[in-house]
Design a binder for this molecule. Sequence first.
Ligand SMILES: [Zn+2]
Ligand SMILES: [Zn+2]
Length: 122
Amino acid sequence: MVFDAYITASLHCKKCGKVNIKDISYFELRKIQGKSIYCECGEPLIRIKSPDLKTFHILISCLACNKEHIYNLKWSSIPFRKVKILTCPVSMHEVAFVGGGYLVRSLADRKQQDSIELLSSI
Ligand SMILES: [Zn+2]
Ligand SMILES: [Zn+2]
């Protein structure tokens, strides 16, 4: 069995609108300060840490309501063969996807396709 040593996060930058999909290694999650991800434009997107690799702490600066949200997720609820959709508790807007790399990428593609279709159907 191949051990997947990465978790993938996908989210929109609230400043430039770019979709960022990043792989984060477990090694980086275990650091005290966790792993912060920045957009190419310099905007901070998300911070993930999991010192014990049992619980994930995810901090997102929300593009929908402009507040910082903290999500505490059990490792077991996002195994790498799944995707977790994080929604803004205020606006119910989908702010990020985290999980297995392949699944996160295909979901992000599909969502983008949906919004393109939505735009072209108007
Ligand atoms: Zn950006
Ligand atoms: Zn929000």
